[in-house]
Design a protein around this ligand. Structure first.
Ligand code: GAR
Length: 205
C-alpha cells in the first residue's frame, strides 16, 4: 500500500515531533511516512531533531516572507512540491486561515494540551493552557488530537487522553506529565489512524 506522506509543522522544542519519529521507527506509524518538517521559527530545536533523524526540514518564517498571506502561500507551495497528504501540527504556534484549512480539509491534525472544549481556542497555547487549568482548579486535564478547521481548536475530535492533576502541580510539572502520559501517546496513534484512512483512499484513486 502507498504510504501517506506526512509533513510535521513545528515551532519549538519538538518533543511531539520526536514522539512521531520514534513511533515511525518502532512501527506504531506504518501507514504514513514523515517526509518533511516545516518550522515557522528558525531557532526551533525541532529542526535539530529532524536533522538527526535524516528527515528533510525547512524554515518558513512569517517575518521573513512579510505577511500571513505570503507565509501561507509559501507553505502551500512547499506542501504541493513535496506531494504532502497529511499535515500534523506538533507544537505549531500559529493560527492558520480559513483559506488554508479549507484547502486541506480532513488532512490537518493538531495536538492540544487539554481536554477540548476546556482551555482551548485563541490565546490558549503551551504553558498558558496548564496555568489556566490549575487556576480553575480542575482535577483532571489531558490532551486532544483533533482535525483543524477555521475555528481555533474547533475541529472534530479524533482522540483524547485524561491526566490527573496532583496537589503540588506547577504549570511546568503538569505540562511535562500531560506530554509524557497523553500527548506523546495519542499524537502518534492518531497520525497512524488518519494516515491509514488517507492511504486507503489513495489506493482507490
Ligand atoms: C505541546 O504541549 C503542544 O501540545 C502544545 O505546545 C507544546 C509543544 O511542545 N501546543 C499547543 O499549545 C497548540 N495550541 P513540543 O514542541 O515539545 O512538541
Amino acid at each position: 500500500m502507498l504510504k501517506t506522506k506526512i509533513a510535521v509543522l513545528v515551532s519549538g522544542g519538538g518533543t511531539n515531533l520526536q514522539a512521531l519519529i520514534d513511533a515511525q521507527a518502532s512501527g506504531i506509524i506504518k501507514s504514513g511516512e514523515i517526509t518533511l518538517v516545516i518550522s515557522n521559527n528558525p531557532e526551533a530545536y525541532a529542526l535539530e531533531r529532524a536533522k538527526a533523524a535524516g528527515i528533510a526540514a525547512c524554515v518558513i518564517s512569517r517575518k521573513l516572507v512579510g505577511s500571513m498571506d505570503a507565509f501561507e502561500q509559501k507553505l502551500c507551495q512547499t506542501l504541493d512540491e513535496n506531494s504532502i497528504d497529511l499535515i500534523v501540527l506538533a507544537g505549531f504556534m500559529s493560527i492558520l486561515s480559513e483559506s488554508f484549512t479549507s484547502r486541506y480539509r480532513g488532512r490537518i491534525i493538531n495536538i492540544h494540551p487539554s481536554l477540548i472544549p476546556s482551555f482551548c481556542g485563541k490565546g490558549f497555547y503551551g504553558l498558558r493552557v496548564h496555568e489556566a487549568a490549575l487556576e480553575r482548579g480542575v482535577k483532571v486535564t489531558g490532551a486532544t488530537v483533533h482535525f483543524v478547521n477555521e475555528i481555533p481548536d474547533g475541529g472534530e475530535i479524533i482522540m483524547q487522553k485524561a491526566v490527573a492533576i496532583r496537589k503540588n502541580d506547577t504549570p511546568e510539572t503538569l505540562q511535562k506529565r500531560v506530554m509524557q502520559q497523553a500527548e506523546w501517546k495519542i499524537l502518534p496513534m492518531a497520525a497512524e489512524k488518519i494516515s491509514k484512512l488517507i492511504a486507503k483512499s489513495k489506493e482507490r484513486q
